[in-house]
Design a protein around this ligand. Structure first.
Ligand SMILES: [Zn+2]
Length: 134
């Protein structure tokens, strides 16, 4: 599994038993840097998120958590990007993190890309497609 080893630093080797309700989807070929920044932004945008499943394309890389990341990277999960944002308020210059939410439950998907042909669907199949949130 050498393809995923690059991301192991970000992933909790002892993931929570419960499947995260928040998923971060990265496009194929995303760098570790992008993954780390996107994870950071997810945690900053939604203070209620404790665990995140990390996917690249359709592949599940693993899961991570706020506690794991802040333990492993003290300071990083609080301040990554702050300096950038101070000089460039508003959107990231690298990508725009999009947030999709289920209209019927608390599942959500964050993506760094928009593909209208593939709107994320809730893990609860009967809930259908998620809705893009601002
Ligand atoms: Zn749902």
């Amino acid at each position: 599994m050498s393809a995923t080893s690059e991301f192991d630093d970000l992933l909790d080797p002892e993931p929570p038993a419960q499947r995260p309700r928040t998923v971060l989807c990265l496009p194929p070929g995303s760098s570790l840097f992008v993954a780390a920044n996107a994870l950071e932004e997810v945690l900053q945008r939604d203070a209620t998120v404790t665990t995140v499943a990390l996917n690249m394309a359709e592949r599940q890389l693993g899961t991570t958590s706020r506690a794991f990341l802040s333990d492993r990277f003290p300071g990083v999960t609080r301040s990554v990007g702050d300096a950038d944002r101070a000089s460039q308020p508003g959107e990231s210059t690298q990508y725009r993190l999009l947030r999709f939410q289920c209209s019927q439950c608390d599942h959500q998907v964050f993506r760094t890309f928009y593909d209208e042909r593939a709107i994320p669907a809730c893990a609860n199949a009967e809930h259908g497609s998620m809705v893009l949130r601002k």
